[in-house]
Ligand binder design. Structure first.
Ligand code: GUN
Ligand code: ZN
Length: 430
């Protein structure tokens, strides 16, 4: 297959900039794409010689990098994003649960799944890991839509059997049976993966957590996603519901829901034992900074956790998060870092939104970087997409200074083009 060559400023990572500094980033003149994969990165002349039939797409001085990976989202909350004035528990009861109730209707679920995937593609996100609702239809709708787009996504039925309204509760057995049926139908089909999904300990009985732990033990190739220690009130509630537990993490650990393929969203207010155990087992923590400031949850300890060797992803947490954009999410991570006294470097922010998030999903051998053999999910960023950003860029003395205004102020106007599985997404601007 002849394929394409995209020329511009192609960014890849040869290492982790948190460990090696910004020098872990590499810049190349071009990337060659063929058969849905990256064939090569390197000098344009070399790639042209190696791929004489390829069509060259010249992006000038635009930044070309792996598509953004968003490892913690709730696609069913698309319509209630930016709802005013509540903290976590009230926000769930007031806005989230009534909206999630609607996803038993497969047509509505399909409509929102399509809108969500359109919105996120326009913002340069090519892979996400989504909670669905308790309705199997919500999972069917999301996978069906993602499959039609050739997208690599992870999703799971959100399980809840207590502390949720009538109509949004299943049972331990139904959670097990429905999750298993969905897993068997979708996991590993095309680019789709299933994640076993207990929402969080307060909305599951010990029996349900145990049932899902058993399902995970039988399917260790699946991810397991949930929430952990997001807000102080929530932690108090968990202590009351699970009086035997040593801490919040123990409510998962005791039921087989702690493991190396576990994804724990938020993880802000962690006890020392929880930090140690999460690191020991190699679980992934997912930082959701726009959500943490929007719902008023707290400030994630990126520096301490990264230095201790945790695997960390960066996510929007749509719609507790206030944006679909991973650019805005990087900006919020920068702001949270500043409040904790550590200015994250643009290389670290871009690494988190691509390689780091792909690693949190254990998919960094497939996505999140531009290197030969990786899947060709690509975002092309215009670094002067608005007058304000263009003006800021005129003062830039190096490439990182030229990228930073787009991280801080860029939106979907900065996303010039998006490629999914080696194909440009229809309707994307040039
Ligand atoms: N904890 C349990 N469910 C949710 C949710 O939907 N959003 C957020 N931010 N936290 C949660
Ligand atoms: Zn969440």
């Amino acid at each position: 297959m002849a394929g394409h060559i995209l020329s511009g400023r192609v960014l890849s990572f040869a290492g982790d900039p948190f460990e090696e500094g910004p020098g872990a980033a590499r810049f190349h003149e071009a990337v060659a794409v063929a058969g849905g994969h990256v064939a090569a990165v390197g000098p344009l002349a070399e790639l042209r010689a190696a791929h004489p039939q390829a069509q060259v797409v010249d992006h000038g001085d635009r930044l070309i990098l792996a598509g953004f990976v968003d490892p913690h989202v709730h696609y069913p909350q698309t319509a209630i994003i930016a709802s005013w004035g509540k903290r976590l528990i009230d926000w769930l009861n007031t806005y989230t649960f009534p909206e999630e109730m609607r996803f038993g209707d497969v047509e509505y679920a399909g409509e929102i799944a399509a809108r969500y995937l359109d919105l996120t593609a326009a913002h340069g996100t090519t892979t996400m890991c989504s909670f669905c609702t308790i309705h199997p239809e919500s999972v069917e709708a999301f996978f069906t839509e993602a499959q039609a787009r050739g997208q690599r996504v992870v999703a799971g039925k959100t399980c809840m059997d207590r502390n949720a309204p009538e109509g949004l509760r299943d049972t331990p057995q139904a959670a097990y049976d429905q999750s298993r049926a969905l897993l068997e139908r979708w996991h590993g089909v095309d680019r789709l993966s299933y994640a076993i999904t207990p929402r969080f300990s307060p909305t599951s009985t010990p029996e349900q957590l145990e049932a899902l732990g058993a399902l995970w033990a039988g399917n260790p190739g699946c991810l397991m996603q949930t929430h952990l220690s997001e807000q102080l009130d929530e932690i108090e509630w968990v202590k009351g519901l699970f009086p035997q537990a040593r801490d919040y993490l123990d409510t998962y650990e005791a039921f087989g829901l702690l493991g190396e393929s576990g994804l724990y969203g938020h993880a802000i207010h962690l006890e020392p034992r929880e930090r140690d155990r999460l690191r020991e087992v190699g679980a992934a923590l997912v930082h959701c900074p726009t959500s943490n400031t929007f719902i008023g949850s707290g400030l994630f300890d990126m520096e301490g956790l990264k230095a201790a060797g945790h695997r960390i992803g960066l996510a929007t947490d749509t719609g507790g998060g206030s944006s679909f954009s991973m650019l805005r999410t990087m900006a919020a991570a920068y702001e949270v870092g500043q409040l904790r006294g550590r200015a994250l470097h643009p290389a670290e922010l871009l690494w988190l939104a691509t390689v780091g998030s792909a690693r949190s999903l254990r998919m960094d051998h497939l996505i999140g970087n531009l290197a030969p053999g990786m899947e060709a999910d690509i975002v092309v960023l215009d670094l002067a997409s608005t007058p304000a950003i263009a003006q800021a860029v005129t003062r830039a003395e190096d490439l990182w200074q030229a990228v930073f205004p787009t991280i801080m102020m860029g939106d979907d106007r900065a996303v010039a083009e998006v490629w999914i599985g080696g194909r440009p997404v229809a309707g994307a601007r040039r």
